[in-house]
Every structure is written in C-alpha cells, then in structure tokens.
Design a protein around this ligand. Structure first.
Ligand code: XIL
Length: 373
C-alpha cells in the first residue's frame, strides 16, 4: 500500500522525465496524445518486466494501460477473507513508474468471478443483503487501495445480452437491476475522484446500445456518477459496419458521457459460432480449417486488415471530441487472447504490432493522418 502511494507521488513529481526512447518514427502517443488517450492491455509478464520486447513497445507507443487479467475478482480476491494484490500492485507500479494513465477493471463482472462471490458454502445463492455487503467490501477494498493512482474503473462489465435484456448473471438473479447502481454508488464512495465507466461488447448492436443508453439515463437521474461508456471493440472483418459503430458512438455520447474504445482488436479468423460477441465462455473445438493462417497472413488479407483497422481509427479521429480513450487489447499479435478464443491454439493477427513487435502499416497511417510525419 505505502509503496503504491509513494510511487504515485514520485510519478507526479517527475512527470516531465521520460525514459530514453529507441525508435525511428513518431509514436502513437505523440500523434494522438492531444486527441484521446491511447492505451494497451498489459499482461502479468509485461507488468513484471519479463516480456522486454512488449515493454519497449508499451513505453514507446502508449500513454495508458489496462489490466488484462490481474484485477479480475478470481485473481485479486480469491477467497472471501483473502485478497491477493501481488499482480495488481505490480501492474499499477508499472504504469505509475512509466508515467502512464492507469485504468482499473472490472469491479463487477460475471466472468472470471471468484467462485465464492455469490454463493454460500453449500453453493446456494446468498441473500440480497449478503451479496450487497460482499460487493461493497470488494469494491471498497480494491478501489481504496489504488486511490489516486487509477484514473477510472470499469465498474460493471457486460450486464446486458445483445437484445438489450439483462444478462441473467448471479448478480442479476440475486439483486435484480439494482446491482448496477449499487456498484456505481460503492465505487464512488470509495474514491470520489475516480472516473466510473460501464463497459460492454457488441455495442454496435441496436438492442444493446439502446439498453446502455437507457442505463446511463437511469444512473444520471439518480445522481450517480458515470463518466464514460466503454465499447469493447472486439471487431471482425465483416462485423460490425463502421456506420453501425458510429451510430452507437453518437447515441452514447448524446447521453452526456464520453465514449471509450476499451478493448480494440480485429480478428481475421473465421468464427465457429454464430455470435459476434465476446462472451468468454463461448468456446468451440479446434479444427484445422478454422486456423487458415497458421504460418503467415497472405498479403491481400493483410492489406484488408490494415485498411479496416485504419478506417476505424479514422472514425475515432472524426469523433475525437467525444472519444476520451482508445485501448487495444494487447500489445503484439503473439499476446492476443484471440489466439485462444473462441478456439484454442489458433494464430490470429488482431493487434497493431506483429509477432516481431514491429508496427503494422496501419500504425504509420494513423500517425500520418493525425497530421504528424
Ligand atoms: C480476456 C483476457 O484477454 C484473457 O486473457 C482471459 O483468459 C479471458 O478474458 N472481454 C473482457 C476482457 O472484458 O476482460 C476479456 O479478457 C476479453 C473479453
């Protein structure tokens, strides 16, 4: 605890010092820094400094980080009376020491949820009162620990189905819709200065978009703080359309919150399942034909990928007045969760840096179109 706080103070005092940079072109953070934050999800090897190639890219290119897994409840709060802050402390220290904006996530999410969180020792759902108390303890403990170091938190992640109905998670089963405002209330009480976000995938889908627009209105009506909505941005080559994504960005911003693209990646692989979402429990068996680019990506596919990713960045730039952050979900292709979801053991090419940690052509285009050569 003390070490985290002193790190924060050191970072504030020495904010003007940047590490020596070894690169031959303008970095993403230099090109985009005055428009919106440009972030990347960091895994535990990177936060610990073991993955030196990715750490170099992170320091050179990004001014913001999100924790890929280390703050999920099963990691940070594995038993009711035991928190494990080892990896989360390392993550926050990494960001603070490198003068990056640090994001925290997720406080309440149905996936990667500690087994004990919503049930008693017999495995039955706990009462609403018990769950409220557990949510309050969890949120208060985690948010308080990193107070002053974290810009903002994904308070609730993925509470809706694609059609806009509430996901039938344990939180919803036990507390109904009320679990969302309660989570926002507890987070705000723990750190009144932290930004608070709602985050979800498939946000270009009208059903989900309308549900989230309504949620923001309800939270605001009740006087609760919500600063931004995160559109995860797990994109496919044929879904969603830029137009649908743009319509959702504008509908969300019209509620008075900022829009963040929080988990950007663009898969080039076929989807075995009919869905277009990012529910992590949706998994399918490996089959050779589902892994068509195991050795390399053909040039025409690479061109199509770079062009589509570039179009999305053009969209983010077009609406830079409402976009507060764009975060890619990983540093280099070899790090991406999409190599193992929804099918384990595939080779995907979804991120801005390739397996050699070299920038893809789209990076140069993003920098150039930002007006910096
Ligand atoms: C993913 C991580 O990237 C994987 O390493 C992990 O095994 C599963 O979760 N939506 C989210 C993220 O909100 O937290 C998920 O991250 C991807 C989908």
């Amino acid at each position: 605890m003390t070490s985290i706080i002193s790190c924060c103070l050191v970072a504030v005092c020495f904010a003007a010092c940047t590490p020596n940079q070894v690169k031959d072109s303008v970095a993403l953070k230099e090109a985009l820094g005055d428009k919106f934050l440009i972030g990347a999800a960091v895994n535990c090897d990177q936060a610990a400094g073991f993955d030196t190639a990715s750490v170099r890219v992170l320091k050179e290119q990004f001014n913001c980080i999100s924790p890929e897994n280390c703050m999920k409840s099963e990691v940070i709060h594995p038993e009711e009376d035991r928190y494990d802050f080892t990896l989360a402390d390392q993550y926050v220290d990494f960001g603070v020491k490198n003068n990056m904006t640090v994001i925290g996530l997720p406080l309440i999410w149905h996936s990667q949820l500690s087994k004990w969180f919503c049930v008693d020792q017999q495995g039955n759902n706990v009462s609403p009162e018990v769950l409220k108390q557990r949510m309050k303890d969890h949120i208060t403990t985690v948010v308080t620990r990193y107070k002053g170091c974290i810009l903002g938190w994904d308070v609730v992640n993925e509470a809706f189905e694609d059609d806009g109905s509430y996901r039938k998670s344990k939180f919803y089963e036990i507390l109904g819709e009320e679990f969302i405002p309660l989570a926002f209330q507890y987070a705000h009480e723990a750190d009144p200065y932290a930004e608070l976000y709602y985050n979800d995938y498939s946000m270009a889908n009208p059903g989900k978009r309308d549900a989230v627009v309504a949620l923001v209105g309800q939270l605001k009506e009740r006087g609760l703080r919500i600063d931004a909505v995160g559109m995860q941005g797990h994109l496919m080559m044929n879904y969603p359309t830029i137009q649908a994504f743009e319509e959702s960005m504008l509908a969300l911003a019209a509620t008075g919150v900022k829009v963040m693209i929080t988990e950007l990646d663009l898969t080039i692989l076929p989807r075995p399942l009919q869905n277009t979402g990012a529910e992590i429990s949706d998994q399918a068996a490996y089959a050779g034909e589902m892994n068509p680019y195991a050795d390399a990506l053909p040039a025409h596919m690479s061109d199509a990928w770079n062009s589509r990713m570039g179009d999305f960045f053009k969209l983010f730039r077009k609406h830079q007045d409402i976009v507060s952050r764009v975060t890619v979900w990983g540093v280099a292709d070899c790090n991406s969760w999409l190599n193992n979801w929804p099918v384990k053991g595939r080779t995907d090419y979804p991120l801005l840096f390739d397996r050699q940690h070299k920038p893809k052509p789209v990076v140069k285009n993003i920098v150039t179109s930002a007006g910096i050569k």
